[in-house]
Design a protein around this ligand. Structure first.
Ligand code: SDX
Length: 435
């Protein structure tokens, strides 16, 4: 079980209705202190009010740290730019799950454990047949991942550490297979089984792009770029979909159902769906000369248009992942011979103009991870509809690591926020004959 590492750091006093109440303050390794208000309602008979949880720490975590003002992202203390440059996605999976970088034996054992779970139960393919061929891959991922719990009754007891570990390995290993099958189903091609001789990301690319009619040749530059993109998407503190997974898990729901809930939340265009929405926005803008028209719309309070791939709840500086994504974008476009991609020109000019415009500067709106990922994934050969499914594939390890941390936290309890009620006061029923 996980021991708390909160460090007492004084107290905060609330004065309410001429009475003073003291609440303990704790500090962590980095970042803002917290005021522990768990006893607020019991002692003061009031709730805090924080729609969107902009000022609320929902948990204590060792996994990921973000400094939104400085544009810093750390996985278990390692900076995202160092991991993107030196690590692999599977090594980052080990790091997020276990807390430290693996030695050679640990990495080999983990690699084998994941590899041994890449196939899915053959009956799972029947679920795909129930979808229309033009079903959005995220609809398929929600359904199929939720259905996994019906196949693995031996790894749904969340109180058994070994079952938690097997479920974690199964989810990390099977997401590429499930995502590739969603793509194959959408294009009417046969499902391709995983090959144990390939690495994690190479295996995914082969299951997605190879056809039985010919040998599939893996491009190591493109495979490395996609592997790095998966690293950039692996975890991100208590974002909306991770909070969804934690809340679902807090009721004791099995890990497969919790990850299906996370997939559903990630699908939204304000969250993981932004990579698909950002590419569609760039395609709608089309050429550099139309950028001012869209900047004007983004600034118009009466127009709900937003620059997709811009802004972030936490980053009030450049999203460090967007910088790393831009590097991968140029690597991929160069490798596939699209250095002069028109959409890249539009994206870079849009970024240049926005970052000089007082509206975006004053609101601290910078490109986020989704701004360049769409151009990169399209150049890798993925259809726009697959972009968020790829985000879900990569984020599964973060969701699972956060879910495990919550289950192993002795202080965790079912998440159950309250509200402030502003509806009708109690009133008596009136028969319809008198209404
Ligand atoms: C992800 O949380 C995470 O960590 C998420 C994520 C992860 O890895 O899990 O990083 C992944 O979801 C990245 C974000 C992807 N979403 C988009 O790119 C969609 C476009 N961005 C916006 O919808 C928005 O910026 C959010 C949702 C990302 C953040 O919204 P907030 O923090 O609630 O900020 P807000 O909506 O209150 O905006 C503050 C102001 C508002 O203006 P005012 O009401 O103050 O006048 O900035 C404006 C907004 O209108 N604004 C934008 C804008 N984003 C915010 N204006 C134009 N274009 C935008 N993109």
């Amino acid at each position: 079980m996980r021991e708390s590492k909160l460090k007492p750091s004084g107290s905060a006093t609330l004065t309410y209705e001429n009475k003073k109440y003291d609440f303990p303050v704790y500090s962590g390794t980095e970042g803002p202190n917290v005021i522990d208000i768990r006893k607020l309602y019991g002692e003061v008979d009031v709730f805090t009010y924080d729609p969107g949880f902009t000022s609320t720490a929902s948990c204590e975590s060792d996994i990921t740290f973000i400094d939104g003002d400085k544009g810093i992202l750390l996985y278990r203390g390692y900076s995202i730019d160092q991991l993107a440059e030196h690590s692999s996605f599977l090594e980052v999976c080990y790091l997020l799950l276990h807390g430290n970088l693996p030695n050679k034996k640990e990495m080999a054992d983990f690699d084998r454990a994941i590899t041994m779970h890449t196939m899915v139960h053959d009956q799972l393919s029947a679920f795909y047949r129930g979808f229309r061929r033009d079903a959005h891959p995220m609809a398929i991922m929600c359904g199929v991942v939720g259905a996994l719990s019906s196949f693995y009754h031996d790894s749904t007891d969340i109180n058994d550490p070994r079952q938690r570990e097997i479920a974690s390995h199964r989810l990390i290993a099977k997401m590429p297979t499930i995502a590739a099958m969603a793509y194959k189903y959408s294009v009417g091609q046969p499902f391709v089984y995983p090959l144990n001789s390939l690495g994690y990301t190479e295996n995914f690319m082969r299951m997605t792009f190879s056809v039985p009619a010919e040998e599939y040749k893996i491009n190591p530059i493109l495979a490395k770029a996609l592997d790095t993109i998966f690293i950039l998407h692996a975890d991100h503190e208590q974002n909306a979909s991770t909070s969804t997974v934690r809340l679902a898990g807090s009721s004791g729901a099995n890990p497969f159902a919790c990850i299906a809930a996370g997939i559903a939340c990630l699908w939204g265009p304000a969250h993981g769906g932004a990579n698909e929405a950002a590419l569609k926005m760039l395609e709608e803008i089309g050429t550099v000369d139309r950028i001012p028209e869209f900047i004007k719309r983004a600034k118009d309070p009466n127009d709900n248009f937003r620059l997709m791939g811009f802004g972030h709840r936490v980053y009030k500086n450049y999203d460090p992942r967007a910088k790393a994504m831009q590097v991968q974008c140029h690597n991929v476009l160069k490798e596939v011979g699209h250095e002069n991609d028109e959409l890249l020109k539009v994206a870079m000019e849009l970024e240049r103009i926005a970052l000089q415009d007082d509206y975006f500067v004053s609101k601290k709106l910078y490109p986020n991870i989704d701004f360049y990922s769409g151009i990169t994934l399209r150049a890798l050969g993925f259809p726009v509809s697959m972009f968020t499914a790829l985000f879900a594939l990569a984020r599964t390890v973060g969701w699972i690591a956060q879910w495990k941390e919550m289950i192993e936290d002795p202080h965790q309890k079912i998440g159950r926020p309250r509200q402030i009620y502003t509806g009708a006061a109690q009133r008596d029923y009136i028969p319809i004959s008198k209404r």
